[in-house]
Design a protein around this ligand. Structure first.
Ligand code: LLP
Length: 397
């Protein structure tokens, strides 16, 4: 919930911008840290979710590792103080330049996504007289029951190595002296809130680790990826994701051998709730059947609604008192104050719509609008389409 003081601070500022509540971020990180350390689990922050420098600094200060998917993310992780022994590097298309950078940085582990990639990492490591530590990203064919655009763990996906290709992996590992096999890695999708899905993942991980051990491989690291979802509908009432249940599932169902490390790569769950995109109403267009609120932010600032039909709660901060009146159960409901708006951006694309039919109090030019739960895959996915200014960011004081 944004305080009155924060909202009046916004009045002075040029919009649009991302507002980061670093207190919310710290509370979320503390909850994750407490729940994971109960079991001695290692958490790597998936930097792709948000690499805003202030956010990275706070996350690093909690001792999390970093999960990177590009050479530049590896560089940024090191610059922000993430220990190289806590950096993992995933990605289906690592370039030679990126692999060399990570080899030079002596990162903890490459999560390799194909047999061909194993051979290339081996060659590049050999040229440097180094040994690259490797985890094999395996596609466990577990249905994540999430939006099909952000599910990754099913067969015939571009990510990871399919189970039927594992004999080839074994051959490659035997023929690659510059690779050190550390373990197995999985990531089945994002915004997963059903704990059954993780239980199914554990069952599959157990089977796959037995398969490797039967062939004489010691598994030091089990990395089950990320994907824990957040509550986009109720960011205030349910702001901290259910880390307790999440880690408990792995503790209960994963067959962890003595001395083995269990790793996670959480992105969204750590950062989604700490930020809102703050925008202003530029124009109100009243039609015969529809009303439009045209904002000064659009798909160039937050593309999730347009790309994945993702829901984000939209609030009119300037009319928040009328919002209180509308609240069901407040005893003061007044249906005459509810207006349905299509909340749209200024970009020359009809898909540039945050949400249709949003119930809001009567809104006016200049009103401040908050689009909530925008800390994950928000600012980092912003673009310069239409030669727009790069969206700015401000922080809680
Ligand atoms: N590990 C790997 C290998 C991944 O590919 C991802 C996310 C994560 C960890 C972190 O997942 P998280 O805990 O954040 O769910 N742009 C989309 C989400 C793409 C997720 C990509 N991979 C969105 O806005 O919903």
């Amino acid at each position: 919930m944004l305080s009155k003081d924060t909202i009046s601070r916004f009045q002075q500022l040029e919009t649009p911008f991302y507002y980061y509540d670093l207190d919310v971020l710290r509370k979320t990180l503390a909850a994750c840290h407490a729940a994971s350390s109960k079991y001695g689990f290692h958490v790597h922050y998936a930097m792709k979710a948000n690499f805003n420098p202030a956010v990275l600094d706070v996350i690093q200060s909690f001792g999390f590792g970093a999960d990177c998917v590009s050479g530049n993310e590896v560089k940024a992780a090191i610059e922000h103080g993430f220990g190289k022994e806590k950096i993992v590097f995933a990605g289906v298309g690592k370039s030679d330049k990126e692999i060399n950078l990570a080899l030079d940085a002596d990162i903890f582990c490459f999560n390799a996504e194909s047999v061909q990639e194993l051979l290339i990492i081996n060659d590049l490591a050999k040229a440097k007289n180094k040994t690259a530590k490797i985890a094999i990203r395996i596609n466990p064919n577990v249905d994540a029951h999430t939006h099909h655009f952000i599910t990754t763990g099913l067969d015939e996906n571009k990510f990871g190595i399919n189970i039927w290709q594992l004999p080839e992996v074994v051959d490659a590992l035997h023929s690659c002296p510059n690779l050190e096999f550390l373990g197995i890695h999985f990531h089945i999708g994002s915004q997963i809130t059903d704990m059954e899905v993780y239980k199914n993942l554990c069952t599959r991980v157990n089977e796959i680790q037995d398969w490797f051990e039967d062939r004489g491989f010691e598994i030091k690291v089990l990395n089950t990826g990320g994907g824990l979802g957040v509550d986009y509908q109720h960011p205030d009432a349910n702001g901290i994701p259910d880390f307790e249940s999440y880690f408990k599932v792995f503790s209960d169902f994963l067959d962890v051998k003595p001395g083995q490390e269990v790793h996670f790569e959480l992105g969204r769950a750590l950062v989604a709730q700490c930020s809102a995109l703050i925008s202003r109403v530029l124009y109100v267009k009243n039609g015969l059947k529809k009303n439009f609120l045209v904002l000064d932010a659009g798909m160039t600032e937050l593309i999730r609604p347009m790309l994945y039909q993702a829901y984000h709660l939209i609030e009119n901060l300037s009319q928040s008192e009328s919002q209180e009146i509308r609240k069901p159960g407040s005893g003061k409901e007044d249906p005459s104050q509810i207006i349905h708006y299509d909340v749209v951006g200024p970009i020359c694309e009809s898909t540039d719509c945050f949400q249709k039919d949003v119930e809001l109090p009567q809104s006016y030019r200049g009103d401040l609008i908050a689009i909530r739960t925008a800390g994950a895959y928000g600012e980092v996915m912003a673009s310069g389409y239409n030669l727009r200014d790069r969206v700015g960011s401000i922080y809680s004081e």
